[in-house]
Design a protein around this ligand. Sequence first.
Ligand code: HEM
Ligand SMILES: CC(C)=CCC/C(C)=C/CC/C(C)=C/COP(=O)(O)OP(=O)(O)O
Length: 301
Amino acid sequence: MSLLVEKYLTFVAVIPKNAALYLRICKLKVVLMLVITAWVGIVLAPDMGRSWLVQLASLAGIGLVSAAAAAINHIVDQDRDQKMARTRHRPLAQQQLSAKQALCFAASIGIMGVILLLVYSNWLCTLLTVGALFGYAVVYSVFLKHMTPQNIVIGGLAGAMPPLLGWVSETGSFNAEPWLLVMIIFTWTPPHFWALAIARKQDYERADIPMLPVTHGVRFTKLCMLVYSVLLTLVCLLPFLIGMSGWLYLIISSLLNAIFVQKVTRLYFESKSESAMSVFRFSITYLLLLFVVLFADKLIL
Ligand code: HEM
Ligand SMILES: CC(C)=CCC/C(C)=C/CC/C(C)=C/COP(=O)(O)OP(=O)(O)O
């Protein structure tokens, strides 16, 4: 036991030296976006009189568990990451960090996140957050990603969970409203990811990962993106229709959806998919603005 503690302390002692590498395996920008969507879940939930410090601690918990999930994904995918131009420079693919180091790191920040959630939110939020980690790090990364072109559709549920996690951290109970926000991210994920998968099709072919453009072709993928972007437009109306969000949200979200559908439509009619990366980049701006406007709308409602 004391040997184990000693080994762990040796591991912790060299974390600062490799800090930049550990930060890279956390997928920080993605985690930041996940935390923003969780924050909106908190803001839109009924006011339970919790202090902003407690809310911040809950968000830190969700962020740490998400970062742990991202680090586990790097361990699971290290061999395949070596085969793709986009991912071959990652710390585990380059053997700058070992799987053992990454696992110790993921376990440490994951446990810290769980403790924060247990202390500052509630057991239901903790359970759902750990469920999301399992969904992404195990169900998606280990199984679905290599089994079916529907991988990111099913696996997308894990990444769509944060608004629900935020809401539940506040209320401790399930409600219908946060599920609408989950549905928004869930329907956004396919056009978000498939745009990149079209641009990086050769990468996925080389790594033998059955992404939709590889298994069913680029044209069919573009059609699916179009269907999901129209579906997303409809789902985005729901927060307004049930009275959760007001006119500001309706106007800005409709505008964002019109641009998104227009960009995906243009991509559909292009023969060489030149604008795939522009659709991918816009998808990120889109989601950020959508959640900012959900937030702003709540403040003025
Ligand atoms: C199964 C679901 C998802 C898949 C397969 C997916 C896939 C990807 C991929 C492959 C990248 C490129 C990363 C890179 O080049 O290193 C990316 C970027 C990004 N994704 Fe997603 N994503 C998913 C869900 C989400 C969710 C739920 C969010 C946030 C709510 C999100 C936010 C982002 C952001 C902010 C970036 C840009 C990161 C950067 O610039 O470094 N993604 N996504
Ligand atoms: C607790 C909680 C909310 C967990 C959510 C976990 C999480 C980080 C979800 C984001 C999804 C994501 C970035 C997928 C990347 O796909 P990929 O792994 O196929 O992409 P890659 O090829 O860039 O590794």
